[in-house]
Design a protein around this ligand. Structure first.
Ligand SMILES: Cc1cc2nc3c(=O)[nH]c(=O)nc-3n(C[C@H](O)[C@H](O)[C@H](O)COP(=O)(O)OP(=O)(O)OC[C@H]3O[C@@H](n4cnc5c(N)ncnc54)[C@H](O)[C@@H]3O)c2cc1C
Length: 216
């Protein structure tokens, strides 16, 4: 929005917000939806090529071949990450190259996250907005405070948003990462893993598989 907040106005209750350019907007509620901005001043000063972050290739090498970068400060394939899991994946690849092994490539990460606020169960993963090539499976139970949405493309999960009931988040995420064909489970998918019954498990159910594992 090209706007920068300079002050939240009001004594005991918020009455408005003032922006850097002097504009004042009256308000009795302020919601802060803040993103991240990489700290790349040092890299810029050294002359490293940066856009929104320090640009790296699939080996995490910057435009200066002597310098590698990982973490929130990097921009890889036009993406930046603000969670630790992708950064661990980057570090693993980077370490591989620093150790002169040189075979590992970082091709980007699929991320999932859970909001850690007491009383608000929220999970999201992948592309949860979708586009003209995707379908949406949606379950909504407003009186119970439950909303679930899966974004599907070519019978594969591309993204998920779960609110109120996030129990199956890890399972959807696994199906997404493994690019599992969900056509056989599509009608029950939103009810969760516990309701799959015998379908989708290769003619066995979860209990049987557990028993098989124990026998093995
Ligand atoms: C409140 C909060 C909660 C979060 N919760 C989660 C969560 O639940 N799950 C999750 O996956 N992620 C979470 N994150 C994000 C996660 O913490 C970051 O993505 C991760 O720490 C980034 O790691 P990094 O190594 O890239 O950067 P950082 O951890 O920020 O490390 C950068 C280091 O560089 C140092 N530094 C900066 N400038 C210089 C300089 N000029 N010279 C020398 N040193 C310098 C800094 O002091 C810092 O120690 C959270 C972040 C915040 C702020």
């Amino acid at each position: 929005m090209q706007a920068e907040t300079s002050e939240i106005l009001g004594e005991n209750h918020v009455t408005g917000v003032r922006f850097k350019d002097g504009l004042k907007i009256p308000a009795d509620l302020v919601v802060m939806a803040v993103g991240i901005r990489p700290n790349i001043e040092l890299a810029k000063k050294t002359g490293l090529y940066c856009e929104r972050g320090i640009i790296v290739n699939d080996t995490l090498q910057t435009y200066d071949p002597r310098i590698y970068a990982v973490g929130e400060c990097v921009q890889h394939r036009n993406k930046q990450y603000g969670l630790v899991a992708p950064l661990f994946e980057q570090a693993k690849v980077c370490a591989n190259h620093l150790a002169n092994l040189g075979y590992s490539l970082y091709q980007g990460s699929v991320t999932s996250t859970k909001l850690k606020v007491t009383g608000i169960d929220l999970f999201s993963a992948g592309d949860f907005r979708g586009n003209e090539n995707t379908d949406e499976l949606v379950f909504q139970d407003p009186s119970q405070g439950i909303y679930k949405k899966l974004v599907i493309e070519d019978n594969r999960i591309k993204g998920a948003v779960l609110y109120g009931d996030t129990l199956d988040g890890a399972w959807y995420f696994q199906l997404m990462r493994d690019s599992v064909d969900i056509s056989g489970q599509r009608d029950r998918l939103l009810f969760g893993q516990a309701h799959l019954g015998n379908s989708g498990h290769g003619e066995t159910n979860a209990q049987q598989r557990g028993e098989e594992r124990m026998t093995a």
